[in-house]
Design a protein around this ligand. Structure first.
Ligand SMILES: [Zn+2]
Length: 362
């Protein structure tokens, strides 16, 4: 909006965010929790974050990001920061709710969200080896363990599935699944002799510091590459006299963006598709849709109630399986860079979208 804005000094890139335990106990939607915590983490100064950044940080759509941020603006938990002249500064937020850090906080390193990890897969679960981002639930569980592993006094994490679930306000099946996949990716390990016999048994987990260091380093080098395209913009514009080339570049640019946006959602979808129980419940839910519409049209209330109950059961089953796989609904939505054109380059009326950056990602 304005360049003569505030004197607020901001970190150019946040390396971590702090999630207050108070927020964890209060907010169950995982994206809400992460996005709001990004704002609270920098409220001593202010949090500068475009919707695009919220969505790429936490892998959700811009539309979803703005819906969530607007919700908290309306609740008056966060506010827009104004400059000396009282004008609102774009993309600058401050948290104004009750202190979220009274009960302490959980540190989330951003590289955990930005790195694709290699999973060995599981023959027993019928899931092949694959590479993917961690789900938000997995990031929560891992960060909780890391907090203890990085404490020089403890160096390891000792806890039970139930104790983790209680502290993070997750279901035990979500925690169990998250631990399974974190071990599958070798991010954590537990010595065989420490393995607990049941859910309330205490187990010792070790963090794979070597792998974590490597991921952190890789994420930092990617960050450097990401800031480069701005330089190429000028170079391209001066040489951009070939319209045909430009068109090809443009198409390729959007293809790449769409592919990237869909990648994480596709990964989560593929994991759900591979789950037999989930697939069965989803098929059942789909099968019920037409009969429900028919019963509604016919005014057959009794039949409608019966079918709706079956549909609810199927949906419950689907949710339970998602929990077991540590997949939240947010993990299933593609994270488009530009919500205006859904990374197609065109608005619904056929005009070009302004989000095109010549030379970037080519
Ligand atoms: Zn666009």
């Amino acid at each position: 909006m304005t360049n003569a804005t505030t004197k607020i000094e901001l970190p150019s890139k946040e390396k971590y965010i702090l999630i207050g335990w108070e927020l964890i106990s209060r907010i169950s939607a995982k994206f809400d929790l992460f996005a709001l915590s990004k704002v609270t983490s920098f409220s001593k100064t202010a949090c500068r974050s475009k919707m695009q950044e919220f969505s790429s940080n936490f892998h959700v759509t811009e539309r979803h990001s703005s819906r969530v941020i607007n919700k908290y603006l309306k609740n008056k938990e966060i506010e827009r920061v104004t400059d000396e002249k009282g004008r609102e500064v774009r993309s600058l937020y401050r948290y104004v709710g009750d202190d979220p850090y009274v009960g302490g906080s959980l540190r989330i390193d951003m590289f955990l969200l930005e790195t694709e990890f290699i999973f060995k897969g599981s023959k027993k679960k019928g899931i092949a080896a694959h590479t993917r981002y961690l789900t938000l639930i997995e990031v929560l569980v891992l960060s909780f363990m890391l907090q203890h592993c990085r404490n020089p006094k403890t160096r390891v994490f000792r806890g039970s599935v139930r104790s983790i679930a209680k502290k993070l306000h997750l279901s035990t099946s979500s925690v169990q699944a998250a631990i399974f996949w974190l071990m599958n990716a070798s991010l954590i390990s537990r010595p065989e002799e420490d393995k607990a016999k049941n859910g309330s048994g205490w187990t010792t987990y070790h963090a794979n510091e070597g792998l974590l260091r490597k991921a952190k380093k890789k994420s930092e080098s990617v960050e450097q590459v990401r800031t480069e395209p701005e330089k190429t913009v000028v170079k391209y514009k001066t040489a951009a006299d070939d319209a045909a080339d430009a068109k090809t570049d443009r198409t390729r640019f959007y293809e790449k963006r769409r592919k990237k946006a869909k990648k994480r959602a596709d990964q989560a979808k593929a994991r759900l598709d591979a789950d037999i129980e989930y697939k069965e419940a989803a098929r059942e839910e789909l099968k019920l849709r037409n009969p429900i519409a028919r019963a509604e049209l016919d005014g057959n209330i009794k039949e409608l109630r019966r079918l709706q109950e079956l549909s609810r059961q199927a949906k419950r089953k689907m949710r339970a399986r998602m929990e077991t796989l540590a997949i939240s609904p947010e993990d299933l939505t593609p994270q488009y860079f530009c919500v205006k054109c859904a990374d197609t380059g065109f608005h619904p009326d056929g005009t070009y979208c302004k989000c095109y950056i010549p030379g970037a990602e080519s």
